[in-house]
Design a binder for this molecule. Structure first.
Ligand code: 76R
Length: 249
């Protein structure tokens, strides 16, 4: 019987991907468009207040390619809070001009593969709390994709012993750490919450670093043997001004 890895969970996470209905946006009259834009800006501001009050965090990126046009990534204390943000957005005038592209529900997760417990309540450790309830990066680029660890008869991550998994994860962590300062990563767990087991969200000032990191990890046993990947979404940071520019006709 393999031991279950211990995990710590922090804020719940929603990756909310939308596309713009350009037909509807273009055929709206100027007044409706202006109101929709105001409402969108008010939302972006509200989210930054939630972040200042340390009640959660949000970040917004455009998405390149046809899978979606933009992504809201939200972290909040509870699933109800996430649901409330999503529903409030759905009720805005601006939402009328968007369609749903994809969503992903998960929770910020730390596992004990690299760090053994040093005793005491980890939630009293400010470093751990900062990683479980992070302010989402506002780097230039985002890369998001969901993934699983394989459960085939030949290669089954969940049948390995804790020692085997720990040694594989050490190698994974070493590659990851060599990207310190270039790529920030947030791992969110989604077993029992969504269709894949984890969401991987990467942030960087240089989108090529995503390619380098993910490629290097493909040669590492954890990814080479056990990794299964969903769709990749990549894009660049939006703020109030650049969102408005994107919508300008
Ligand atoms: O030092 C630590 O505390 C963290 C060590 C570490 C763990 C436990 C770590 C480091 N990761 C961990 C767990 Mn990771 N990670 C991914 C991907 O594309 C691929 O091939 C895989 C997708 C990337 C790019 C990445 C990057 N990691 C996990 C888990 C949970 C596994 C489990 O519990 O079985 C997944 C699914 C996963 C996937 N990882 C790092 C990185 C980077 C950049 C680091 C170094 C982070 C740092 O030191 O700040």
């Amino acid at each position: 019987m393999s031991d279950v890895a211990q995990t710590l969970e922090g804020w719940y996470s929603l990756h909310d991907l939308r596309s713009i209905d350009w037909e509807a946006w273009k055929s709206a009259d100027d007044e409706d468009r202006a109101m929709a834009l105001d409402e969108l800006q008010a939302f972006l501001q509200e989210w930054s207040h939630v972040e200042s009050a340390k009640k959660g965090s949000s970040t917004v990126y455009s998405i390149v390619g046809q899978k979606a046009d933009f992504i809201f990534m939200h972290l909040r204390e509870t699933l109800e809070d996430l649901n409330a943000v999503e529903t409030a957005f759905n009720k805005t005038m601006f939402a009328k001009y968007t369609t749903k592209a994809y969503s992903y529900v998960s929770v910020v997760e730390l596992s004990n593969y690299m760090h053994m417990s040093t005793g005491g309540d980890p939630m009293e450790n400010p470093e751990i709390v900062a990683r479980l309830k992070p302010i989402l990066p506002k780097n230039k680029y985002i890369c998001f994709y969901p993934m699983n660890k394989k459960r085939d008869l030949g290669d089954n991550w969940y049948m390995l012993s804790m020692d085997e998994r720990r040694s594989l994860m050490r190698s994974h962590g070493l590659i990851g750490r060599s990207y310190a300062g270039r790529v920030k990563q947030i791992i969110t767990g989604s077993v029992g919450l969504d269709d894949w087991e984890w969401g991987v969200t990467l942030f960087s000032e240089d989108a090529l670093q995503f390619k380098k990191l993910v490629y290097e990890m493909r040669f590492d046993e954890v990814s080479a043997r056990y990794g299964e990947f969903g769709a990749f979404y990549v894009g660049s940071l939006l703020n109030e001004q650049s969102f408005e520019n994107m919508l300008k006709l």
